[in-house]
Design a protein. Structure first.
Length: 453
């Protein structure tokens, strides 16, 4: 048992560096089985539910203070076991095996709660537990789990692992109760810390999150374009394929909208060969890459021209892939917003009920997050409602009132590009109704905001 655990310390990083996540999972499961920890070869939903319920029961018996008072894990073998379990979860994320991701991280949390002691990996288990609570609609408990994970991570002062934990907090937990913009500076900070610590996987994760949130919020693109060369050089020789590809997808969207791509409708340049990257993702069953790629491309195409045939084709590509695994991530709101806007545009053009159904599905997803108290999604909801008011024949006063409310909310919450988009949409509305005065005013507002962006 001890020999297997000692060997795993060297072999798992080697397998990860080779980009072979399935081998990591198979080998890791063998190692933890020899250590007496049984996990199924194929994690299924019922395995996950049982593990979740056991942990929920354990957490109910303990206050936050009691959990924080737990001593640190001292058993060297158990420390190696939780490291292997953590690696299994990381590898499973690369191949989109969501059940195994959750199960392995929850098992770490359970071992910590069963008096084996806390470790930095306990934080990841708590975040995983929080993500499942989001899926169940319990956003308050999820945020509380994230705060507890934060306190445990800071207790250990392990810089190498700390930079691994925080992307999860800022991707899944923090946006539930805090403005999305608040994730930007910490992600940049932890990206730099990860590079210094030599943890390139976490550096890539933090950097991808930093670029994505920067892009979504609509901060000026030029500084990010200027920094991109250094960012890309940093990850040029890494084999962390999933994170590297995600980072390149986000950077490609930035380059396209900043006018730095030969064809802004094509995701090519930063991504040397998008077809090859998508083919690799398909072979690895990595659905996350597909969802992120088509979501970013859809946002780019819609901003450039909602009526272009490539925008419609991109929307259908995105809708062909299930986004179930992304429903707990802030990206799901971005995807729902642009999907809803395109769906309403297509409904207006073709009057097909399937597009109206898609729009309703998207707005329902955003309404759920807004009702649960997420502070940065309300302007998405207002823009979609204003678009519906226009398409369904609302009066000029109703349409103007709806868009004005969306514009004010987007401006107040700091989403510059969405504020610009709302101004542009109502400018087009007034142009179609023949009111050149209002159209020109809103168009000038949109132009100024886009130029600022």
């Amino acid at each position: 048992k001890m020999q297997a655990l000692d060997t795993s310390v060297l072999k798992i990083p080697y397998l990860l560096s080779r980009g072979d996540p399935q081998a990591v999972i198979s080998y890791g499961l063998d190692v933890v089985r020899k250590a007496g920890i049984r996990l199924p070869r194929k994690a299924r939903k019922h395995n996950l539910i049982l593990e979740f319920l056991r942990i929920k029961g354990l957490l109910k018996k303990r206050t936050e203070a009691e959990i924080l008072a737990h001593p640190a894990m001292v058993d060297e073998n158990m420390k190696k076991v939780v490291e292997v379990l953590n690696a299994i979860g990381l590898a499973a994320a690369y191949i989109d095996d969501t059940n195994m991701v959750f199960l392995s991280h929850l098992r770490v949390l359970k071992l910590s709660l069963l008096h084996h002691g806390l470790s930095i990996h306990t934080s990841v288990g708590l975040i995983t537990y929080g993500v499942l609570l989001v899926a169940l609609g319990d956003f308050d408990s999820a945020f509380a789990a994230g705060e507890l994970a934060d306190k445990i991570a800071k207790r250990f002062k392990d810089r190498y692992m700390e930079v691994y934990v925080y992307p999860y907090i800022f991707a899944f937990i923090n946006p539930l109760r805090r403005p999305l913009q608040e994730s930007i500076d910490p992600c940049l900070k932890y990206y730099e810390m990860a590079v210094e610590a030599g943890n390139m996987t976490s550096a890539c994760s933090n950097c991808a999150l930093y670029v994505s949130v920067y892009y979504y919020v609509g901060l000026p693109l030029e500084p990010l374009v200027n920094d991109s060369a250094a960012i890309r050089r940093c990850f040029l020789n890494t084999n962390e394929n999933t994170m590297r590809v995600m980072l390149n997808i986000y950077l490609q969207g930035v380059f396209n909208l900043a006018g730095r791509s030969e064809d802004p409708f094509e995701m090519r340049g930063v991504i040397v060969n998008p077809d090859e990257e998508l083919s690799r993702a398909k072979e690895a069953n990595n659905l996350h890459i597909f969802i992120i790629y088509w979501t970013i491309k859809l946002s780019v195409c819609y901003i450039l021209d909602p009526t272009d045939a490539r925008t419609e084709a991109t929307a259908h590509e995105l809708w062909n892939h299930s986004a179930e695994s992304m429903k707990n991530h802030h990206l799901y709101m971005i995807m729902s917003f642009y999907s809803g806007m395109v769906a309403m545009s297509l409904f207006r053009r073709y009057r097909k009920r399937k597009y109206k159904r898609k729009y309703k599905q998207c707005i329902k997803a955003i309404e759920l997050w807004q009702k649960k108290g997420v502070p940065w999604v309300y302007h998405f909801l207002l823009i979609l409602q204003a678009e519906r008011c226009w398409v369904e024949g609302g009066t000029e006063g109703e349409v103007k009132t709806a868009f004005d409310a969306a514009i004010r909310t987007a401006a107040r919450t700091g989403f510059t590009k969405d504020c610009a988009l709302a101004n542009e949409r109502i400018a087009i509305y007034f142009k179609e109704t023949g009111d050149e005065g209002w159209s020109n005013m809103y168009l000038e507002n949109a132009r100024g905001l886009y130029q600022e962006w």
